[in-house]
Design a protein around this ligand. Sequence first.
Ligand code: GLN
Length: 218
Amino acid sequence: MIVGVLALQGDVPEHRNELRRLLDPEEIELVRTPGALAQVDGLVLPGGESTTMARLLADAGLWQPLAERLTAGLPVLATCAGLILLARELAPGTGGAEPPTFRALDIRIRRNDYGRQRESFEAPVEFIGVPGGPFPGVFIRSPRILHVGEKAVPIAFSGPEIVGVRQGSILGLTFHPELSEDDRILREFVRLVSASQTKRTRVTARRVKTSPTATRVQ
Ligand code: GLN
């Protein structure tokens, strides 16, 4: 199993270091090229700056291949700027140019929506399905999730705010799990990647098993 970290900009070393605690070095791939993207079974889209990351994705020839893998169900952990890049809709109002997005997550989101006073803060996060009590949420010029559409499910809350969603095998968070010592969310993601691999292997096995029958029927 190989878990990639999109390594064009942003919190790349932090994610790699966290992954090193959970995986062998050969199971971690820094993704900067379409070839590297093709190798991975799951991908972390880190926090950083979403407009810059969108531009670098296009420059690296990664936009289209990543869009295709997202459509094919690639497990993704998207945090902060990474989450912005997946949103179906960006609400206007932050000023400046908004980045293009992959529209893979059924959410409406506004960049930098916590205002100057609270641009960066820490707050406890209730993460559904992850036992062990509240998670320390580190928010850095975070986007705010304004609306969750039918296809996505809220999974993380900070007070009344939705700060994390899941849609299929995509986990999207407005905060930075890689910046706290608590690796429960990353573990959860690694489990998700591993489970999606097992599923794929089973589908392949079934295909192999059924093909002789199919031949006989013909
Ligand atoms: N404010 C950044 C953006 O709009 C996101 C911040 C982050 O990833 N920590 O892209």
